[in-house]
Design a protein around this ligand. Structure first.
Ligand code: ZN
Ligand code: ZN
Length: 329
């Protein structure tokens, strides 16, 4: 679908059994087209991309650059296959490129370190293996492709017609980038800002020490970029970026207060906090969630706790190799 003149959105479906789709964007240019994000690596996704291009009279072979907002499999998974087909160069932030090997090639080591974090944060031993292995299936839906172009904040990418600017927005992922087109004030926001949902910001072995603080700073950074339309990685295109960002920030403030209230009744682990405040699965009880949502809930709670520790409101103490958090207010 041509959303604006020369800017196309193609919905690339998630693998079978998962609901949802990734928005891939194509920006036309006289020196070749730019593809922003690609979708998961499945035959259905590649077909949807090809059909979406065809419906708008575009061709795979005209894609010269593939810009990846971040290396989560729903954005980066298919990039390698698209590159094989059209010879395009793959570009991403260098901080994101550094995570590829540990995330997708040394999967076992990463999962060991995830399990270590989960155990230290109160996940009971009988749940540990299920939570540890909850992401194992994902590696079947990605072609691991090292980038040809390493990006940094402020870099510009031109296709001869349109120039887009790289804005580094760590938080959801450490090397996440948004792409800004200043002439028409368009923002391609990846998973940084979505209209209908908030992205997962969780603490994990690759997230850096305080991903939520990074995320909130990255949201405020967008104030510097006057925006007419936001083209997110999932869900509808929208305007009113400032309102949406304000809403997201206030939701985070509310959750912080909720976690402080939960800590009023005693020392708690990140796992216990997740049991009390999880919103995953549409707000379902924690015990009814699947392993992936449970793991994500614990990692999200941990991100809040790290932020509250850095703000001086919460402290942590270790007892029998488990971290307990306590309000210091
Ligand atoms: Zn993501
Ligand atoms: Zn995504």
């Amino acid at each position: 679908m041509e959303a604006l003149s020369g800017v196309h959105q193609i919905k690339v479906p998630f693998p079978k059994g998962l609901s949802g789709s990734t928005n891939a964007y194509v920006i036309e240019g006289e020196r070749g087209n730019i593809l922003i994000d690609s979708g998961w690596d499945t035959p259905e996704a590649l077909w949807a991309l090809r059909e979406g291009l065809k419906a708008d009279n575009l061709k795979l072979q005209d894609i010269k650059t593939i810009v990846i907002t971040h290396i989560h499999p729903d954005h980066y998974g298919l990039a390698g296959k698209v590159k094989q087909l059209c010879g395009a160069k793959v570009a991403m932030h260098s901080a994101e490129a550094e995570l590829i090997a540990s995330r997708y090639s040394k999967f076992d080591e990463l999962l060991d370190s995830v399990a270590n974090d989960l155990s230290r944060n109160g996940v009971p031993q009988d749940e540990l293996l299920n939570l540890k292995n909850a992401s194992l299936w994902m590696k079947d839906f990605i072609t691991c492709e090292q980038p040809d172009i390493m990006l940094k904040d402020g870099d510009r990418i031109s296709n001869g017609t349109v120039e887009i600017q790289v804005i580094r927005t760590p938080g959801h992922s450490p090397g996440h980038i948004c792409l800004y087109e200043p002439r028409r004030r368009l923002l391609f926001s990846g998973d940084h800002v979505l209209y209908e949902t908030n992205p997962v910001v969780g603490y994990n072995p690759q997230s850096g020490n305080d991903p939520l603080s990074d995320y909130l700073s990255s949201l405020r950074k967008l104030d510097n970029f006057k925006t007419s339309f936001v083209f997110p990685g999932h869900g509808p295109v929208f305007n009113g970026l400032g309102l949406r960002v304000g809403r997201i920030i206030s939701l985070y403030e509310e959750r912080k207060k909720e976690i402080m209230r939960a800590l009023d009744s005693g020392l708690k682990t990140a796992y216990q906090i997740a049991q009390e405040v999880s919103r995953r699965g549409g707000g379902a009880a924690f015990d009814s969630l699947n392993s992936w949502d449970k793991r994500t809930s614990v990692m999200e709670s941990l991100a809040y706790l790290k932020l509250l520790v850095n703000e001086g409101n919460v402290g942590s103490v270790e007892m029998d190799s488990v971290l307990f958090y306590v309000s210091t207010k």
